[in-house]
Write a protein that binds this ligand. Structure first.
Ligand code: T5A
Length: 210
């Protein structure tokens, strides 16, 4: 991909109810106010046919095997990746609310093989920056609407938290910029830390793949 005037690819990850969507919206407003072109993507994208299957699974109105739901989450990313790629090529900063890292962290927490969990997302765009919003599962559980979906219980979230620590170690070794922020502080504090990191993203190098 040409590096000339490309946009950046930023991923926000975290446990359930860690404040990802709130922060993504604030990023959007901040960058738009600076006159930048920016597009937000939320994974899972529940609006597509695949996304509707995922939504039913998360709301526990349908059952699927652990392998099948893992592949559906990945397919949901693949169905949007060409759109993301063309946006980045035309200079748009793309902010992703969850990405492949969630796929690994949640499915491996259910006992699926680590490398198997990584494999369906190989070839997707590699982000310029991943920010993991860290709140303890106990704090997240006290936030609004917690417990309404399948994985929203403290035991599961603790396993997911451990998996994100491993993901950060592994991808940092592969030179991916993966930063953990304390997301239990105020919205404004978390937001300004995120913006500082986004402002430093280097878009002079070509985007690679995972
Ligand atoms: N999943 C996902 C997989 O298993 N595999 C995959 O490949 C992918 C992509 C749904 C589930 O799917 C799993 C992971 C999930 O279990 P989701 O739709 O992203 O994924 O679900 P959630 O993480 O639950 O998303 P939410 O939108 O519900 O939570 P957010 O975005 O983390 O939190 P947000 O911003 O909505 O905030 C939650 C509450 O906290 C408050 C907000 O006002 C809100 O009430 N809040 C704060 N309160 C105090 N201090 C702060 N700093 C706060 N920030 C936010």
């Amino acid at each position: 991909m040409s590096t000339q005037n490309r946009g950046s690819l930023v991923v926000i990850e975290g446990l359930d109810r860690s404040g990802k969507s709130t922060q993504c919206q604030l990023i959007l407003e901040n960058l738009q106010a600076k006159g930048k072109k920016v597009q937000l993507y939320k994974f899972p994208d529940r609006s597509t046919a695949i996304g509707k299957k995922i939504d039913a699974y998360l709301k526990e109105t349908s059952q699927l095997s652990d392998q099948v739901i893992h592949l559906l989450f990945s397919a949901n990313r693949w169905e949007l990746i060409d759109d993301i790629k063309s946006k980045i090529q035309s200079g748009v900063t793309c902010v992703l609310d969850r990405y492949a890292f969630s796929g690994i962290a949640f499915s491996a927490a259910k006992g699926l093989n680590w490398e198997w969990c990584k494999s369906p997302d190989r070839g997707l765009l590699r982000p310029d920056l991943v920010i993991f919003l860290h709140v303890s599962p106990e704090i997240a559980a006290k936030r609004g609407q917690y417990g309404e979906e399948r994985y929203e219980n403290i035991e599961m979230q603790k396993m997911v938290e451990k998996n994100f620590e491993r993901i950060q170690r592994e991808y940092t070794e592969e030179k991916l910029s993966f930063v953990t922020l304390d997301a239990s502080s105020s919205l404004e504090t978390v937001h300004s830390q995120i913006i500082n990191l986004i402002d430093k993203v280097d878009v002079s190098r070509a985007l690679e793949t995972l």
